[in-house]
Design a protein around this ligand. Structure first.
Ligand code: SF4
Length: 485
């Protein structure tokens, strides 16, 4: 019987509450918009992890999930080892209850490629990894193959012993705010008086990172993101890239990416500056090549503007161009997406990144009450993903990095495709989480990786532009604690 997900509360009986978060994450695969205020903790212990049985009963607006154990095991049995069997049991119960088979099965992490790569490195063969994903986690065969393909593409870039580091610099200005945007982004027109002060703060933070971290060697990759860094003037970009080059050996980096994401910000003099400082990879992102969609999402450019900007970037001679698109914008159908991809295929960027629309807190889309978890929209997105994968194969672009969106319909994946030899090192490293990322700017997150312990420690900068600038010494102090302890 297929049961439509309806608003309801959840109660889980039979546990002592230790795995509430993990089990809630499984329940959210099937009920992504529900609250779990009544997740119960009314019976303690005595759960046999390998014989657990979870049943679902709907009573009014309450879904009761009852755990029954098949043997008399004492409370200590409810240990870490019980987590996976419990999650799988709840997944199986909800799958039977709803009659729905999620494409990614019971996988809830945002990096399925990482699970596949870790499994390969633990000695599993490729068929064994596929079986793990399809049989244990119940992922569709196509999703399992995608995760494995991404893991195999990532493997040569993810070093085991000396991974080095990458540098990220965030520029939180854009020409306008896109409808779906939840990033740290301020309209540059309104804030033009602050860009100089922002660059002053960045310089201070970069100076600290260059002097006091293990940034003596050249970074493996450099990424200038945001926001839209090309929203700055050519003179400001010159200052930005100059201050980075003065402190880091950017010439020694294997990849130097610059987000010129909005076609309406790209000019010849800005591209000349990027060339002068050795930028190798430029992102020019249309998101859609339908003018009605572009107007709907608040971009200030047309498809023709994008094509002109793309031509300018191509003529400037950068090694790699990346173009992003988003599936699920406005009222677009799979046919609309196909038209965008066909147009893009003629321009032949070396990288195409395909995102699925996510509802993120802070976006105008979320504030407007849009609900992307609607079942019809989820089917629409799945069809677009399948179509995109076949179009990428036809264009001879292979998947090389991937992450799943939280709050995306069906928690679908975002996938980066690349011509061979043009895979973005930075994108791979950010997903693999096996390299230190030194990050400067509002909302930037520095990640310090310890290869000895395989631990990653995060240091967050505040997101607000005003807070970042007024509290720049505190942002630096946060990193000092980690560097010196
Ligand atoms: S270009 Fe990117 S960062 Fe800027 S408003 Fe649009 S989604 Fe946000």
């Amino acid at each position: 019987m297929v049961t439509d997900p309806k608003p309801m509360k959840f109660e889980l009986r039979g546990l002592d509450g230790r795995f509430t978060n993990e089990l809630q994450t499984i329940a959210q695969i099937f009920y992504p918009n529900e609250s779990f205020e009544s997740f119960g903790q009314n019976i303690r212990g005595e759960v046999a992890p390998d014989e657990v049985n979870i049943s679902c009963v709907r009573e009014g607006d309450m879904l009761r999930l009852c755990v029954r154990q098949g043997a008399d095991i004492r409370a200590e049995a409810l240990c870490e080892a019980a987590k996976m069997p419990l999650k799988l049991a709840l997944y199986g119960a909800l799958k039977a209850f709803t009659g729905r088979k999620p494409a990614w099965g019971s996988l809830t992490g945002i990096r399925p490629g990482k699970l596949a790569l870790d499994s390969l490195r633990r000695g599993l063969t490729q068929p064994e990894v596929l079986r793990l994903l399809t049989e244990t986690y119940d992922a569709d065969e196509a999703k399992a193959r995608l995760a494995l393909a991404v893991a195999l593409a990532e493997a040569p870039f993810v070093a085991a012993d000396d991974p080095g580091y990458s540098l990220y610099v965030g520029i939180p200005f854009c020409p306008s705010k896109c409808l779906y945007c939840s990033f740290t982004s301020y309209p540059v027109g309104k804030h033009s008086g602050l860009t100089g002060t922002y660059l002053d703060c960045l310089e201070k933070e970069l100076e600290f990172l260059a002097r006091h971290t293990h940034a003596k060697a050249a970074p493996a990759s450099v990424y200038i993101g945001g926001g839209t860094p090309s929203a700055l003037s050519a003179g400001e970009i010159d200052r930005l890239l100059g201050m980075i080059a003065a402190r880091f050996d950017t010439a020694g980096a294997a990849e130097y990416s610059f987000e010129a994401g909005r076609a309406d910000t790209i000019t010849r003099d800005k591209l000349d500056v990027l060339r002068e400082y050795g930028v190798t990879r430029v992102c020019v992102n249309p998101q859609s090549l339908h003018d009605t969609t572009l107007a709907h999402i608040g971009r200030c450019h047309t498809a023709a503007d994008f094509a002109r900007a793309f031509g300018m970037v191509r003529a400037a001679g950068f090694r790699t161009i990346n173009s992003d698109i988003i599936l699920g914008l406005g009222s677009e159908t799979a046919r609309d997406v196909a038209a965008t991809l066909d147009y893009l295929a003629e321009l032949a960027p070396e990288n195409i990144t395909i995102h699925t629309l996510a509802l993120k807190r802070g976006s105008r889309l979320a504030e407007g009450g849009f609900c992307p978890a609607d079942a019809a929209q989820a089917r629409n997105i799945e069809e677009m993903l399948e179509l995109s994968a076949s179009r990428m194969e036809r264009a001879r672009l292979a998947p090389y990095y991937m992450y799943r969106q939280k709050n995306s319909p069906g928690s679908f994946e975002n996938v980066g495709y690349s011509q061979p030899g043009h895979e973005s090192i930075y994108n791979i490293q950010i997903m693999a989480e096996k390299q230190t990322i030194l990050a400067a700017g509002a909302g930037a997150v520095t990640k310090l990786y310890n290869p000895g312990t395989n631990e990653l420690r995060r240091v967050f900068n505040v997101k607000s532009l005003d807070d970042y600038m007024s509290r720049i010494d505190e942002m630096i102090g946060r990193k000092a604690e980690l560097v010196y302890d």
